[in-house]
Design a binder for this molecule. Sequence first.
Ligand SMILES: Nc1ncnc2c1ncn2[C@@H]1O[C@H](COP(=O)(O)OP(=O)(O)OP(=O)(O)O)[C@@H](O)[C@H]1O
Ligand SMILES: [Mg+2]
Length: 512
Amino acid sequence: MSLPLSMRPEPETGVALEFRGVTKSFGPVVALDGFSHRFEPGRVHALMGRNGSGKSTLVKMLAGVFPPDAGEIRLGDTPCRFDGPADAFRAGIVTVHQELSLVPNLSIGENIVLGRLPQRRRAGLRVVDWPALFARAQAQLEAMGLDLDPRAPVATLSVGQQQVVEIVKAMAFQPAVLLLDEPTSALATREVRLLFDLVRRLKASGVTMLYITHRMSELFEIADTCTVLRDGVRIGALDMATASHGAIVEMMFGEAAHEVPRRRSPARGRPVLSVRGLNRAGAFHDIGFDLHAGEVLGIAGLLGSGRTEVLRAIVGADRAESGSVRLHGREMFGARPRDLRAAGLGYAPENRKEAGLVQSLSTADNICMAAAGSVARRGFLTRAMERPLVREQIDDLRIKAGDPELPVSALSGGNQQKVVIGKWMATAPTVMLFDEPSRGVDIRAKRQIFEIIWRKAESGLAALFVSSELEEVLEVADRVLVMRHGRIVAEVDPAATTLTELYGLCMEGTRA
Ligand SMILES: Nc1ncnc2c1ncn2[C@@H]1O[C@H](COP(=O)(O)OP(=O)(O)OP(=O)(O)O)[C@@H](O)[C@H]1O
Ligand SMILES: [Mg+2]
């Protein structure tokens, strides 16, 4: 039912956000170069640009992480000069950062209300009102369709679940400006829907939103405008009502999109990884499949369906309770990660911050870390041995790393993701498990990663591929297993399956 126009609630008037000649450099790298733009209130403004183009830098200045070198940011009539993130926050600027920033040892509930713990008086003293805290957090989690215990530590969550908790936390404040830096990079379709509902509600109440994503389809669904950056420079801004996919890609990369090469017809070899009856109570049940040499096997499933848990159990990062994992014919159930690696198994995890990279080490050291055993002669690795290995990965994956000897933390999010892949490719594995390999990488880099996976598969690599984006699973894999509630419930041929059919299989019997 629609209300007559005169009775519709007017959107509250929010404040515009204006950048005037904002510049920020890191040593020789100009991350943002004289950026000027006015973001109107009550609208969702997408920021687009390839990996390393300056999007997160822009957001971080607004969030008070660091100040601009030159130029000015204004919120309404007030110039923003923030003395740290807490200061920006007090001004009503709430941020969901690209790299997860929850406190792993605290509970989900504490993370959500961090800094605003509800208190009550007991014997004249102020104490934290724990029941109120957990009840409030529970209600907020439920609003996002999450069935999580607010008392559980954040460390027990998958990357996707942490991402939702970050969003719930941001939404719990009443922001004037909401900055979302790739909030959905590890979310599956259902969680994205819920987030978009919240975003639309905030928009109606006049909140100014900046939204960074590498998922093109989201752009057309949620954004009102799109501002494109290339090498720190504002290339232009488009109204989404009239923008085309091609025009945006051209602005991002400076040239028109190329035709996408379709994948070769896969030649399947003998099984190299055979999993049977793998179980862990509460996580996954009776998991069994064969992965063949030269094959790319996809696993599709919603957030929390058990995909990541299965991968972690195979590589020995977590224990399974029972089952069999045969690698090249040898039983490896319960083997140490080191022995699995020596037997040819590689694993690029979803969480680059914790399991994937050592943030304080250089890009070069991170790439070499996993390969150390295979390139080192007589047990040690010299710079001379390292150099070609590092070069090959940087060139292969087109990693934008000014100086590979600098800490990997200086790379943009998408480039860090490429280092995770490069690190494992450098070990020349025969079986490789990829958990969300394209998380946070731009559309062209995504294609490069897929092409590398296909190319290696052609020369015999057996690859297992997990992604929250079902389109991607259909595109990359030769065969797709569907997981639901910790079980493999179907196997489909991606060439003969539509997106809607696959989504239906993932959802069946789950509450919407
Ligand atoms: N702390 C830092 N130290 C040094 N260089 C940095 C730092 N932060 C960012 N940079 C550099 O600034 C440039 C812009 O990075 P930024 O993180 O803003 O890119 P982005 O557009 O968010 O990319 P992505 O899509 O990969 O997240 C990159 O070249 C990056 O390496
Ligand atoms: Mg970024």
